[in-house]
Design a protein around this ligand. Structure first.
Ligand code: FAD
Length: 331
């Protein structure tokens, strides 16, 4: 991923798309068709494949990663969580990723470690069966130790602060930053953020990281995570789950059309496109990237990347001419 980012011309922008493995075979077949259309028409710099916490989707995640990397030739980044998973499952996932030719891992913690749950339930942390991995940094260090520089490693960050049961009292980015410094120093190559709708929170977060006294965030790619608005209900549910705030000026625009799904999507495309144009205007330490939580859907994200001119142009080998195809797949 970072080799591809570094190879982009100065001032270029890029984007990546997240997909999750469907539960059923027909779901897989559907997604494969959609992936083919999206990869050809939209040309993301890379795609990412989610990993169910605790390894719950291990086989299906690897299957989807194989389709992306091997069959579609897409640069693929496999998400991998480390808590509540046996070390052998982590080893298997990394080995399998290597066999598939995958060179990128998004190293995550996943659910809060079991020991925290045990504490909550009055049990002793000693009863936790997996002491190898407590935080994402443990996975970053482990990958570097086992595989050296073979994998390009991404890590997660939270412009509005991370919130979960392990520390419900601190949803504040300043609580997380010292840990993000350590996680980055341990070997992260890029940072990908949680979804957000409050661009001022992202501006502030990015500025804080870039100017951090440690200097570790000076040039590392910081890729903002954006979720195209698919429906009013999905939006409310995902913002609740991710603890992302919905600024009043955005909520008002969506509230005004919430009875009409098609209008919600159209207004949503405008909202996300405005966020992208705002972020594009900010100084950037390199090419400016955007990551889309696609929810495996193509229409909204296709409109957004087209509207914001994020689709890479390609030079055809025979003519040396620019061959630009806009997305013709807006189903
Ligand atoms: P960490 O970096 O370990 O941080 C977790 C929290 O603990 C932070 O608040 C941090 O400040 C704090 N912390 C870190 N180290 C310490 C320490 N030593 N002492 C005290 N506190 C500490 N989940 C999935 O299950 N599957 C996925 O595919 C997935 N993909 C994701 C993709 C992105 C881009 C993002 C942003 C999140 C994703 N998640 C996924 C969710 C993620 O697993 C959760 O948010 C998880 O609760 C935290 O993961 P982390 O990697 O940020 O953990």
């Amino acid at each position: 991923v970072t080799d591809k980012i570094n190879a982009l011309p100065e001032g270029a922008s890029y984007f990546s798309l997240e997909f999750f493995p469907p539960k059923t075979s027909p779901g897989f077949a559907n997604l494969q068709g959609r992936l083919e259309r999206m990869s050809q028409a939209l040309r993301p710099l890379f795609v990412t494949v989610t990993w169910g916490a605790g390894g719950s989707t291990a086989t299906k995640s690897l299957e989807l990663a194989e389709i992306c990397q091997r069959q579609l030739g897409l640069t693929t980044c496999l998400h991998l969580t480390c808590t509540n998973m046996s070390r052998s499952l982590v080893d298997e996932a990394l080995e399998q990723a290597k066999v598939l030719g995958i060179r990128n891992i998004l190293a995550l913690r996943g659910d809060a470690p079991r020991s925290e749950e045990y504490r909550e339930h009055g049990q002793s942390p000693e009863e936790d069966s997996n002491k190898d991995f407590t935080w994402a940094i443990d996975l970053v260090k482990y990958i570097r130790k086992q595989y050296g520089d073979y994998f390009c490693i991404g890590v997660a960050a939270y412009p509005e602060g991370h919130s979960d049961e392990s520390h419900p009292e601190h949803q504040d980015p300043s609580f997380d930053i010292p840990y993000l410094v350590e996680k980055t120093k341990a070997g992260a190559d890029f940072i990908m953020t949680q979804l957000f709708f409050d661009v001022t929170a992202f501006d502030k977060f990015e500025e804080t990281l870039r100017n951090h006294e440690s200097g570790v965030f000076k040039t590392i790619p910081i890729i903002p995570g954006l979720m195209p608005i698919q429906s009013y209900n999905i939006l409310r549910r995902t913002t609740n789950l991710s603890h992302a705030s919905l600024p009043a000026h955005i909520l008002n625009r969506l509230d005004a059309v919430k009875g009409d799904d098609e209008l919600v999507k159209q207004v949503g495309v405008k909202i996300i496109s405005e966020m992208i144009e705002h972020i594009k205007k900010r100084p950037s330490a390199g090419p400016r990237g955007f990551h889309f939580y696609s929810l495996n859907l193509e229409k909204a994200v296709s409109h957004i990347v087209e509207e914001c001119s994020l689709i890479q142009q390609t030079v055809t080998a025979d003519e040396g001419a620019i061959d630009f195809d806009g997305p013709d797949i807006l189903l």
